[in-house]
Design a protein around this ligand. Structure first.
Ligand code: PMT
Length: 402
């Protein structure tokens, strides 16, 4: 959920500030881009050098650097708008009170007040401070503003006392944020089936009939669905790429028959299915058990038709399910794609061409036309398959009532 997200980490003056270094590491590991802002008091607990080394970004704590001869300043509004989310951890009792009252006396508070993104806060203080009614009041007020409270944990405190108030462990904070983002995501609670890559139809133990699909388009779609919070199953043929999200349930297949079995099994429990794989239409009827030797004569292979997986799912599709297929067409593209949409009972056909430059098999880019049931056609111009996958998924999400 944090992959590619811009996270602004606000660190305030608590002994727990040293743990901010671990928060940065976990955020970076989760794929986020991180900028850190310290309050002036936080600098007594953790050095900007440590945090800038880990975050790979300059660490900020003041509007103006008096030593900067060019008079540049850190624009709190730009920083607030840059962030996809703000995480204030540790958040001291003093900072909670300022956030609740709108006291804007340092850079972090200026950014907090200017931001439009979600703000998470993880308090850290001694147990009596944590129990104090004013702390409870401030936390409740911040929640009423829409800020998201990451509860403190119980344990040994810096004072030597034992109880609640300890900042949640860095790993738990990052898990909390990921989990929260997931629950907010548009496809949370939905199951998405994607297929990708080629199929290999064996001729003998060392040869096969295949095609040039790399799997990039389908894998990008599976990742985009995962980033939208869906539970994703990816039936993946023997291409050259694998998804970069651990949460995706990858089922490796080799042949069209294996792909068919996985899709048939998974489709009934799926809300959305997107079939981007390039499935061989034919397979050798009787693959040789041993490597076929040269004989000096012609070799004739008898082929039989593979099941049309998309059409099979289209027949079983319920009204609540959304089925999208791809079409790879060389002539009368739109007309043929629309025929496929109707014949295979799909809700959407994503039409692409193997002959245009930068589109189709193997490329990192693609250009498509989305053909929907309501006669509408929408062109998505040439772009990276990952960006394109997000746009295709946006289209699907806006076409269904979630
Ligand atoms: O993997 P990449 O290198 O990134 O390339 C992406 C891609 C070009 C493979 C992809 O964008 C694409 O076009 N996939 C579908 C290719 C294809 O087989 O098109 P088709 O027009 O032959 O098939 C139409 C639809 O029926 C497709 O959804 C296909 O998955 C499905 N089909 C086809 C044959 C079959 N036996 N069963 C099927 O389900």
């Amino acid at each position: 959920m944090l992959s590619g997200k811009k996270v602004l980490l606000g660190v305030t003056g608590s002994i727990a500030a040293y743990k901010a270094t671990y928060i940065v590491r976990h955020l970076i590991k989760a794929g986020a881009e991180v900028k850190v802002i310290l309050t002036p008091a936080a600098r007594d607990f953790v050095t900007p050098l440590t945090l800038s080394t880990l975050s790979k970004n300059p660490v900020l704590w003041e509007y103006f650097d008096p030593k900067d001869e060019e008079g540049k300043w850190n624009n709190h509004v730009d920083l607030g708008l840059w962030a996809d989310l703000i995480l204030i951890a540790p958040a001291t009792s003093n900072t909670l009170s300022k956030m609740a009252a709108g006291t804007c006396d340092n850079l972090l508070m200026g950014v907090y007040m200017s931001a439009k993104c979600p703000v998470y806060f993880a308090p850290a203080m001694d147990l009596d401070m944590y129990r104090h009614p004013s702390t409870h009041g401030n936390i409740a007020k911040l929640q009423s503003y829409g800020n998201i409270f990451i509860p403190s944990e119980s344990g040994e405190l810096a004072s030597g006392l034992v109880g609640e108030g300890r900042m949640a462990e860095p790993e738990n904070i990052v898990d909390f944020v990921q989990d929260h983002l997931k629950k907010q995501a548009r496809l949370y609670g939905k199951k998405v089936l994607v297929n990708a890559g080629p199929t290999h139809e064996p001729i003998d133990p060392v040869r096969f009939i295949g095609n040039h699909s790399s799997g990039k388009m389908g894998v990008a779609l599976a990742e985009a669905a995962c980033d939208e919070g869906a539970e994703v199953t990816l039936a993946l043929g023997p291409g050259s790429v694998r998804p970069g999200r651990e949460e995706i349930n990858v089922i490796d297949i080799t042949t069209a028959l294996e792909m068919n079995e996985v899709c048939e099994n998974e489709f009934p429990s799926s809300d959305i299915a997107i079939l981007a794989a390039a499935i061989a239409d034919y397979r050798p009827l009787d693959p040789a058990g041993e490597k076929i030797k040269k004989s000096g004569n012609k070799l004739v292979l008898e082929l039989v038709e593979n099941p049309d997986i998309l059409a099979g799912l289209g027949q079983k599709k319920s009204e609540k399910q959304f089925l999208a297929g791809f079409a790879l067409e060389t002539n009368n593209a739109v007309e043929n794609a629309r025929k496929k949409l109707n014949k295979k009972n799909c809700d959407l056909i994503v039409l692409n061409s193997p002959s245009d430059k930068g589109t189709g098999f193997g490329y990192d880019t693609n250009e498509v036309i989305l053909i929907s049931r309501n006669e509408s056609e929408r062109k998505l111009s040439l772009k990276n398959k990952k960006e394109l996958a997000k746009e295709i998924l946006d289209h699907i999400i806006s076409s269904i009532s979630l």
